[in-house]
Design a protein around this ligand. Structure first.
Ligand code: AHR
Length: 329
């Protein structure tokens, strides 16, 4: 862990920092620049282990920390905000050099982020955003554009049903209620399909990003709605759970009910290549290396962008067949 600087050295640095600070970097709580024992300690508060995506994300962060020589304190919040807040408070008490976390929901972070700022511990958001108005509470946010992901899903649907006039009944499996990916994937999709009144979302409910809940909710959708044309699931895991429910109901996933999901993890891509899913919008979990790089820059007091966007693609069944052998997660 970094040794705290003497007041004199620190105040000198603050002047230099104040002169050079710009963009997302703040002079008063930027990193101290060098360290005595050569080690940066990062406290990382993970959402949980709810999906294949999350497992890959955790692996990426742990491996990247080791490769970067960063000591990682890791906690799993089991999809509960109060657990994440507790973990962040414990990292503050342990005086880690930097905190990173993937906020389970968007709201309710201002108090604990303020506590980190007061303790002069910089924070990096990964994967999911917070709705805090005060953006000085964190250094940067690295992750996907979830609205764009929802739009890509909607655009595929519009193209798929181009020239057709019959009503298209859509059911939606939302991610964790209040989470940025659930909010944004829903709104991005809705924004695109609203241009054509033949698209009707007849049911929309949370499946909490898990396979089990995806299956359970899809079973209920199938019982309540005799005609479902399309399933839009906010992640692969819920889509894969729903496929089990669709098959158990005697229907053919990908044929009787068209399926669009988000993530593109190996299991999802396998179902896509087999024609059980029709389209997957990619969301990359491999944020570890960039996160460690940004953390080092923050600690050194370097300027970093306030938003770092992840580059992503989307796949049809044919593209999944080509991509599968190279898929790392
Ligand atoms: O925040 C990213 C989302 O969280 C992934 O799409 C989902 O699979 C995960 O649980």
């Amino acid at each position: 862990m970094l040794k705290k600087w003497s007041a004199a050295v620190l105040s000198g640095l603050l002047v230099v920092g104040a002169l050079s600070a710009c963009g997302g970097e703040k002079a008063d709580d930027a990193g101290s620049g060098t360290k005595d024992d050569g080690k940066i300690t990062m406290g990382f508060a993970q959402v949980g282990a709810e999906s294949g995506w999350r497992t890959a994300n955790t692996k990426s962060i742990q491996e990247a920390a080791t490769a970067a020589g960063i000591e990682l304190k890791f906690s799993d919040a089991q999809q509960k905000q109060e657990n994440q807040i507790k973990a962040i408070r414990s990292y503050i008490a342990q005086k880690v050099d930097i905190i990173a976390f993937s906020p389970v929901v968007e709201s309710g972070w201002d108090t604990v982020l303020k506590e980190a700022k007061d303790a002069k511990i910089p924070v990096i958001l990964t994967d999911r955003a917070v709705d805090s108005k005060d953006t000085s509470l964190y250094k940067t946010f690295i992750g996907s554009d979830f609205v764009l992901e929802g739009k890509k899903a909607g655009e595929w649907l519009v193209k798929e049903y181009q020239g057709k006039t019959d009503t298209v009944n859509i059911v939606e499996l939302q991610g964790t209620t209040g989470s940025a990916p659930a909010n944004d994937r829903k709104s991005g999709f809705a924004d695109v399909i609203k241009a054509d009144p033949k698209f009707k979302v007849i049911a929309s409910q949370t499946g909490d990003f898990t396979r089990a809940k995806g299956k359970e909710v899809m079973e209920a959708f199938l019982k309540a709605n005799p005609k479902i044309d399309v399933l839009y699931a906010h992640n692969d895991d819920m889509g894969l759970g729903a496929i089990e429910a669709i098959e158990a109901a005697g229907k053919k996933p990908g044929v009787d009910i068209k399926i669009i999901t988000v993530d593109a993890v190996k299991d999802g891509m396998t179902a896509l290549a087999a024609g059980k899913i029709n389209y997957i919008v990619e969301c990359s979990p491999l944020l570890g290396p960039q996160l460690m790089d940004l953390a080092k820059k923050v600690i050194k007091g370097e300027t970093i962008p306030q938003r770092v966007l992840t580059e992503e693609s989307a796949f049809t069944p044919e593209q999944a067949k080509t991509e599968l052998p190279n898929r790392k997660y």
